[in-house]
Ligand binder design. Structure first.
Ligand SMILES: *[C@@H]1O[C@H](CO)[C@@H](O)[C@H](O)[C@H]1NC(C)=O
Ligand SMILES: *[C@@H]1O[C@H](CO)[C@@H](O)[C@H](O)[C@H]1NC(C)=O
Ligand SMILES: *[C@@H]1O[C@H](CO)[C@@H](O)[C@H](O)[C@H]1NC(C)=O
Ligand SMILES: *[C@@H]1O[C@H](CO)[C@@H](O)[C@H](O)[C@H]1NC(C)=O
Ligand SMILES: *[C@@H]1O[C@H](CO)[C@@H](O)[C@H](O)[C@H]1NC(C)=O
Length: 351
């Protein structure tokens, strides 16, 4: 046993193992001590590991989150309406009793003053729809960055984005509003590929009468300065009286660029429709929604939610004939007569 020499003599533990005879008396107590030490180390290691695991688990940090023990049934994506469904696992809370409620992702692509604010209040009246409004305003440089855009959309679809529309737990359709001039078209290749991959359904909300839309844009821009209702700017109103106050402003419309600006707007929406053609989509016109509330059933069917009556507290602002709404009506009338936009003039289609 050459090893013996290498061990220091005073190392009593080694002596015990190597020379049982000379340390017989001590050996019993040492054996006991060893058992206790080894046992204690083992146990404490075990406790530390378990404790760590439990703590981390509670904090949702240990490996997969705790709910992953729980398996939702495999999603049978409905081939007949090609809705793709998901089980999001939000980071900020747990979905509780609706953990296995499948979620459908959607986006509303629209243009300013096309009724999308009103449309969203209708959608959000549904117990299982969360439509988060404009999550991009094109206000910051960040919002021109594709990674930022994707991250924010990801938050919405993971049910982590918080707004007054968030219903979280039992949401079964979640989406947001994206104006065509807020980056949706700029990155269309990447966005469309993202939408197709994640099964995002697109609701195009467009307004046919661009002259009415223009009146709304101008009145809204004017009110931003004038703040007609008690010194606050209102883009949407909730009473007839407020609506009348905002509608009292009659804009003067520049005739020379009118037709051109309409052509540009038509081009923008046609272009968007063409680009997003390959996504699952529906085209809804504001005018049809106003005239026929049944249109909302079609939207709910498209979103794959239970069809219920939906209502909004918002009140329509401009309800008079256009001729009473535009200061230089005669010249606008003359400008549009004989163009492809002539129909906009004789429009008494809704009250
Ligand atoms: C599939 O979608 C169709 C059309 O929306 C609907 O009638 C049907 O009930 C759906 N089936 C399932 C299993 O969800
Ligand atoms: C819709 O929401 C209600 C209320 O939160 C919930 O009880 C119901 O289970 C949800 N329905 C679906 C299909 O998710
Ligand atoms: C969302 O925001 C509301 C109001 O600011 C707040 O009460 C709620 O707790 C938030 N929800 C989550 C999940 O953060
Ligand atoms: C505006 O002021 C009037 C009276 O001064 C009041 O009745 C009304 O509630 C106010 N409206 C809002 C939106 O604050
Ligand atoms: C527009 O002008 C034509 C004649 O120039 C007139 O007949 C028509 O009534 C006008 N339309 C409206 C809505 O005022």
């Amino acid at each position: 046993m050459t090893v013996v020499q290498v061990q220091p003599k005073e190392d009593i533990l080694f002596q015990y193992f190597l020379d049982g005879k000379t340390h017989k008396k001590k050996s019993v107590s040492w054996r006991l001590l060893m058992v206790i030490i080894v046992g204690f180390c083992g146990l404490s290691l075990c406790f530390v590991r378990v404790g760590r695991r439990t703590l981390l688990k509670e904090a949702g940090l240990y490996g997969k989150d705790p709910v992953s023990h729980f398996h939702c049934p495999n999603i049978l994506n409905n081939a007949s309406n090609s809705i793709q469904l998901h089980y999001p696992r939000p980071k900020s809370y747990q979905r509780g009793e609706c953990i296995c409620t499948p979620v459908h992702f959607f986006v509303i692509l629209s243009m300013q003053r096309s009724g999308s604010g009103w449309f969203e209040t209708l959608l959000n009246d549904h117990p299982n729809i969360s439509s988060h409004g404009e999550i991009f305003h094109r206000g910051s440089m960040q919002e021109r960055n594709l990674n930022f855009i994707k991250r924010r959309i990801g938050e919405v679809y993971n049910l982590d984005y918080n707004s007054s529309a968030a219903k979280n737990v039992c949401t079964s359709a979640v989406g947001f509003k994206w104006m065509l001039n807020q980056g949706a078209l700029e990155y269309h290749k990447e966005i469309i590929s993202y939408f197709r991959k994640r099964g995002v359904s697109v609701i195009f909300l467009l307004r046919r009468n661009l002259l009415r839309r223009l009146v709304s844009i101008l009145a809204n821009a004017y009110d931003r300065e004038a703040k007609l209702i008690n010194g606050t700017h209102k883009s949407h109103v909730h009473s007839k009286q407020e609506a009348a106050e905002l509608a009292a402003f009659k804009p003067t419309i520049k005739e020379d660029t009118l037709v051109d600006s309409f052509r540009k707007a038509v081009e923008l929406s046609q272009n968007a429709l063409k680009l997003f053609h390959g996504t699952r989509h529906i085209v809804i016109y504001y005018e049809d929604l106003v005239k026929n509330k049944k249109k909302l059933d079609q939207v709910q069917e498209f979103l794959g939610v239970r069809i219920v009556p939906l209502k909004s507290n918002q009140v329509k602002i401009h309800i008079q004939p256009l001729s009473d709404q535009i200061r230089n009506w005669d010249s606008v009338n003359k400008t549009l007569r004989g163009t492809e936009f002539e129909d906009f003039l004789a429009d008494a289609e809704y009250i």
